[in-house]
Design a protein around this ligand. Structure first.
Ligand code: NAD
Length: 242
């Protein structure tokens, strides 16, 4: 029996990068996966690749109404989500804080933080009714230590970590676990052209990681194997924040 047999899993930002490897691995481990993203072509193609165990639905994580529709459609097609992976996120423009526009600041916090709040709020009623569930919020090493030229991103990822802990306390009595995962530098499109040179002298393991190395942690945290962990940080950063 696979770890997620018969379970419904929503992966936000599930069409590309780490989200896509999470989606593939959940299907490989028996789950029915809703790939929720704004990248319609990539999402449809991935759902087709994964067959009957996956569907793609357009979701802008900042949009309350789109969340309501996503939950309705998920319930109708696969049944209520037992697992939510709040993975969708964007990077900042690398500006010094005094050069950052309010518009850029708000946009980043809307996706990286409001999106996590809206998703969490949307799945809790179904999880309560089912007697349990697991929410995994993707933070970052930037949710553990300060990072220059990224006050917006760092703020959002520290906030996701705090939100995780607060909600974990609220829902533990319903069998719902809420944890955060903190990747370091992972080879995905969000990093653009950055190469291994950015980690030299900073990351103890002296390399970037493949998305699958984070996916393995995400699946563990979402699974019953992590059944005694809630409100916790799971770090996959090669020793960056150590
Ligand atoms: P990525 O850019 O490859 O993927 C992000 C996904 O989120 C994309 O599919 C994108 O379309 C989706 N997305 C963006 N805005 C959205 C919105 N408003 N609504 C729905 N979906 C939206 O990046 P990734 O590296 O795979 O990042 C995944 C998560 O991991 C992010 O939260 C990111 O902050 C975090 N992270 C990444 C790294 C890294 O080095 N790659 C390190 C630490 C944390």
């Amino acid at each position: 029996m696979a770890r997620f047999d018969g379970k419904t899993v929503i992966v936000t930002g599930g069409a590309r990068g780490m989200g896509a490897t999470h989606s593939r691995s959940f299907v490989a481990e028996g789950a029915r996966v809703v790939i929720a993203d704004v990248l319609d072509a990539e999402g449809e193609a991935l759902a087709k690749e994964l067959g009957d165990a996956a569907i793609y639905r357009h979701l802008d994580v900042t949009d309350e109404q789109q969340w309501a529709r996503l939950i309705e459609e998920t319930n109708a097609v696969f049944g209520a989500p037992a697992v939510l992976i709040n993975n969708a996120g964007i990077g900042g423009k690398g500006a010094f804080v005094e050069d950052e526009t309010l518009e850029d600041w708000r946009r980043l916090l809307a996706v990286n933080l409001d999106g996590v709040f809206l998703g969490t709020r949307a799945v809790i009623p179904g999880m309560k009714a089912a007697g349990g569930g697991a929410i995994v919020n993707i933070s970052s090493f930037a949710g553990l230590i300060g990072t220059p030229n990224a006050a917006d991103y760092t703020t959002s990822k520290f906030a996701v970590r705090g939100f995780t802990k607060a909600v974990a306390m609220e829902v533990a009595s319903h069998g719902i676990r809420v944890n955060s995962v903190h990747p370091g530098y992972i080879r995905t499109p969000i990093l653009g052209p950055l190469g291994d040179e950015v980690v030299h002298g900073k990351v103890a393991l002296d390399r970037m990681a493949a998305p699958e190395e984070v996916t393995r942690m995400v699946l563990f945290v979402a699974s019953d194997e992590a059944g005694y962990s809630t409100g916790s940080e799971f770090v996959v950063d090669g020793g960056w924040s150590a």
